[in-house]
Ligand binder design. Structure first.
Ligand code: IPE
Ligand code: IPE
Ligand code: MG
Length: 246
C-alpha cells in the first residue's frame, strides 16, 4: 500500500492541518470502459465500481476525512440504455440494503444529494430509512449524489428562494436553499477515467475546489490512488482570489 508515502502524507497532515482536505468529492467515472475492455456487460463495471467506493470509504475513515461524497448517478444518466439504468438502480437497491447497517456500525452518517423525489418509490423509502438510521452518527458523513445535477440543484434552489419570497439574496442565504446546505464545499474533487470535466457536478460548490484528474478507471481506484490525490492536494496553494499569505 506504499507505507512510506502514507507516513509522509500523515506527517504532512500533522505539520500543516490545511494540507488535509475536510471534504473530498469523487466523480466515479470509467466503469463502462473497465467492463468493455474485458468484454463484460457494463453493469459488471458498475458492480466493481461499488467495491471501489467501499475501498475509498474505508480509506477515508482511516484518514479521518470528515466528508466524502460520490457522484453515483447524474440527472443526465437517464439517457443511457434502459438495461444499464435498470442495472444501476438494482445495484443501488442492493448496496443500500446490504451496507447501511455496516456503515452505521462504523459511525458513518449516510446522506443523499439530488432529485431524490424522482427516484423509484422503494429506493426513496430505503434512502429515508438509511438517513434516519444514521442521522446522529458523526465519525464521517458519506454523501451519495444520486439523480444529481448541478444545474438542477441551482434551479431547485432558486425556486425555493422564490417560494420563500426571499429578497436579500447573498451567497450565505442562497446556500441555505441547496440540497445539503450544512455540508462544507469540497476541498478536493477527484475524477477518474481521464475525462477532464465536471459533467454537471457540484457547480456551486466547486468554485474553489482543487481538481484532480487521473487516468485510472474507477473500478481500479485504490488506496494508492487516493494517497496520490491527497499528496497532490497537500502541495496545492489555495488563494481564493487573494495574494499568497494575505
Ligand atoms: C461512471 O462510469 C458511472 C456512472 C456514470 C453511473 P461510466 O458508466 O460513465 O463509465 P464510462 O465513462 O462509460 O467508461
Ligand atoms: C459523470 O460521468 C456522472 C457520474 C460519474 C455519475 P458521465 O460518464 O455521465 O459523464 P460524461 O457523459 O462523460 O460527461
Ligand atoms: Mg462516463
Amino acid at each position: 500500500m506504499g507505507k512510506t508515502r502514507e507516513k509522509e502524507l500523515m506527517s504532512r497532515g500533522k505539520r500543516n492541518n490545511s494540507g488535509k482536505p475536510r471534504h473530498v468529492a469523487f466523480i466515479m467515472d470509467g466503469n463502462g470502459r473497465w467492463a468493455e475492455r474485458r468484454h463484460l456487460p457494463r453493469v459488471l463495471g458498475h458492480r466493481e465500481g461499488a467495491k471501489a467506493l467501499e475501498r475509498a470509504v474505508r480509506f477515508g475513515v482511516q484518514e479521518g476525512i470528515p466528508y466524502l461524497s460520490f457522484f453515483a448517478f447524474s440527472t443526465e444518466n437517464w439517457r443511457r440504455p434502459a438495461e444499464e439504468v435498470e442495472g444501476l438502480m438494482k445495484l443501488f437497491r442492493q448496496t443500500l440494503s446490504d451496507k447501511t447497517v455496516e456503515l452505521a456500525e462504523q459511525g458513518i452518517r449516510l446522506r443523499f444529494c439530488g432529485r431524490i423525489g424522482d427516484l423509484p418509490a422503494d429506493i426513496q423509502e430505503n434512502i429515508e430509512k438509511a438517513e434516519k438510521m444514521t442521522s446522529s452518527l458523526d465519525r464521517m458523513q458519506l454523501i451519495i449524489c444520486m439523480n444529481y445535477g448541478g444545474r438542477q440543484e441551482l434551479l431547485d434552489a432558486v425556486a425555493k428562494a422564490f417560494a420563500n419570497d426571499v429578497s436579500d439574496l447573498d451567497e450565505r442565504s442562497f446556500r441555505e436553499y441547496l440540497y445539503l446546505p450544512d455540508v462544507p464545499d469540497p476541498d478536493l474533487i477527484i475524477r477518474t477515467s481521464g475525462e477532464m470535466r465536471l459533467s454537471n457536478f457540484f457547480l456551486w460548490q466547486a468554485s474553489y475546489a482543487e481538481l484532480y484528474f487521473m487516468d485510472v478507471l474507477w473500478p481500479d481506484f485504490d488506496e494508492k490512488d487516493f494517497i496520490d490525490a491527497l499528496m497532490a492536494y497537500s502541495k496545492r496553494k489555495r488563494r481564493y482570489g487573494a495574494t499568497e499569505g494575505f
